[in-house]
Write a protein that binds this ligand. Structure first.
Ligand SMILES: Cc1cc2nc3c(=O)[nH]c(=O)nc-3n(C[C@H](O)[C@H](O)[C@H](O)COP(=O)(O)OP(=O)(O)OC[C@H]3O[C@@H](n4cnc5c(N)ncnc54)[C@H](O)[C@@H]3O)c2cc1C
Length: 479
């Protein structure tokens, strides 16, 4: 009997960072995992797609963490392929570049005397009369920056990302992602500069695999294989069967439309919670189905453009705050790793569009999307549309779990019900409806396997603060 014919000790649904980390941890502890991945390749949202030799991230993916076990897994898997990349990312607004977190002098200089005075007045007003009901993202930022800076540097971009007005986004999201940043702290830093108190390498540089994040996940896939586990791509889990107390088996559909039943003593899922609940057989009670169906997501389209010019901009990525273009962020992949761009006489950029599946952005035909992105690059003054050699459109459903005002209530309903299935755990970004990064998803994978091994671990208790270390230090807002 070969390794791949041995019975599975664990079925893992999804071959993204959470699922592969769980599979690897179980394989190295003697529990044979079978990973079932619907997509063509592993990596989930952190995969790297290859078109004509050019490599595209689904948005750029930095590798940063404060968690030693995550860092060592990256290092031992990638070895010398994990490189340090210089970091630069700025806001591009009205043809000017702004550091983020905002640098006071640069902001005032770029805005000019009239807008700057208005910004300072509005900030002073917000400090003197803060909104005492700080419930929304808008309240939270306005209290710390004033309305004028909120309108210029937060509103448009945030609404592009989430597709809902800032007053409908919970303050908790701002508190998690922007941390203790305020215009006041920026002014204090400008007047009394303090040394950055984080390790410099984490702030000015970040780790990144030579061939993009997908390289990490493809190499981990190989390691799982060599430990006796199996990772099956193009195999989607369509049904999750249970007897009310435990999951008995899953049904998969492969790319050749073959259905297979897969049994195992333990199951871990990283699929989105709404998909999971819809695929449970028998269906759970109506209130559970209703709670899952009420969770919202934001979808994402990356338009990769290969431009016959170099040196378009120095940043790894730019935030685009102008309301007159639809693009929200632009990656410059050669600045992440030159090896992503096979022809050094060209640039490869990723134009990021945030949308909802089925809307006019999501459904734009590929050729029209490439035209739109090329026009917008020219409109922003970064390159001529005529310099675009070719483009590719990559659609990513459920890129972001949405923290709307109701999500917590729905999530709690699911979280209370799911433990009824004793041998089943749901982990990862969409598996827990948590806006996390790779390292946090990986930690949920480790916790789930440790729990199977009888340790007192709980993926729901993974502390996001541990993995948001860099945000705490640098006080950035990112998506
Ligand atoms: C634009 C953008 C930029 C980002 N930048 C960074 C960054 O700089 N650094 C960072 O660390 N993180 C970043 N992230 C976050 C990172 O992508 C996620 O944290 C990570 O991919 C989550 O891993 P996961 O395994 O939890 O989920 P996913 O990556 O979503 O993986 C889930 C997998 O499950 C599969 N699946 C789903 N349903 C089924 C099914 N029914 N059957 C079989 N397979 C199924 C999917 O195909 C997918 O491969 C970014 C995310 C986005 C959207």
């Amino acid at each position: 009997m070969t390794h791949s014919q041995l019975p599975a000790g664990l079925v893992v649904i999804g071959g993204g960072p959470a699922g592969l980390t769980a599979a690897f941890e179980s394989a190295r502890n003697g529990i044979r995992p079978v990973v079932l991945e619907a997509g063509e390749r592993v990596g989930g949202i952190a995969r790297t797609e290859v078109h004509k030799g050019y490599r595209f991230d689904i948005g750029g993916h930095r590798f940063y963490t404060k968690v030693p076990e995550v860092q060592s897994l990256w290092e031992e898997t990638l070895g010398p392929e994990l490189r340090l990349t210089p970091r630069l990312s700025r806001i591009f607004y009205n043809q000017k570049f702004y550091q983020y977190p905002l640098d006071v002098w640069e902001t005032l200089r770029n805005l000019g005397p009239i807008q700057s005075s208005a910004a300072v007045l509005s900030f002073t007003g917000a400090r003197l009369r803060p909104n005492s009901h700080e419930e929304s993202f808008e309240d939270w930022v306005t209290n710390r920056f004033g309305r004028r800076l909120f309108n210029t540097f937060f509103k448009t971009y945030t609404e592009k990302v989430w597709g809902i007005p800032c007053h409908e986004i919970r303050a908790e999201w701002a508190a998690q992602r922007i941390k203790d940043l305020s215009f006041g702290s920026a002014v204090r830093q400008a007047l009394f500069p303090k040394r950055e108190d984080g390790p410099k390498s984490l702030i000015r540089e970040f780790h990144y695999p030579r061939l993009g994040p997908g390289m990490m996940w493809e190499m981990l896939q190989d390691r799982i294989g060599s430990l006796g586990g199996s990772v099956r791509t193009r195999e989607e889990v369509t049904e999750v069967h249970h007897d009310g107390r435990k999951v008995t088996h899953v049904v998969t559909r492969s790319s050749n439309h073959r259905s297979t039943d897969i049994h195992a003593p333990q199951f871990i899922s990283t699929m989105a919670l709404d998909d999971l609940i819809a695929r449970l057989r028998p269906a759970p009670p109506a209130e559970i189905v209703q709670a899952a169906a009420s969770l919202r997501y934001r979808d994402f389209v990356l338009v990769g453009l290969v431009v016959r010019r170099t040196g378009l901009f120095a940043d790894n990525w730019l935030y685009i705050h102008s309301p007159n273009v639809r693009v929200g962020r632009i990656q410059n992949f050669g600045n992440w790793s030159p090896d992503l761009v096979p022809d050094p006489g060209t640039s490869s950029i990723g134009m990021e569009y945030f949308c909802n599946r089925g809307d006019s952005t999501w459904t734009l035909p590929d050729d029209e999307f490439v035209h739109l992105a090329s026009r917008e690059v020219e409109q922003l003054g970064l390159a001529k549309a005529a310099d675009v050699a070719w483009g590719v459109v990559i659609r990513q459903p459920k890129a972001y779990p949405v923290y709307d005002t109701e999500y917590r209530r729905h999530l709690d309903v699911l979280r209370n019900w799911l433990p009824k299935l004793a041998n089943f755990q749901t982990i990862g970004r969409n598996g827990q409806h948590r806006y996390n990064n790779q390292d946090h998803s990986m930690l949920t994978g480790l916790a789930a396997v440790h729990r199977i091994m009888g340790e007192p671990a709980d993926p729901w208790e993974v502390n996001t603060e541990r993995s948001y270390y860099e945000e705490q230090r640098v006080n950035r807002t990112t998506t």
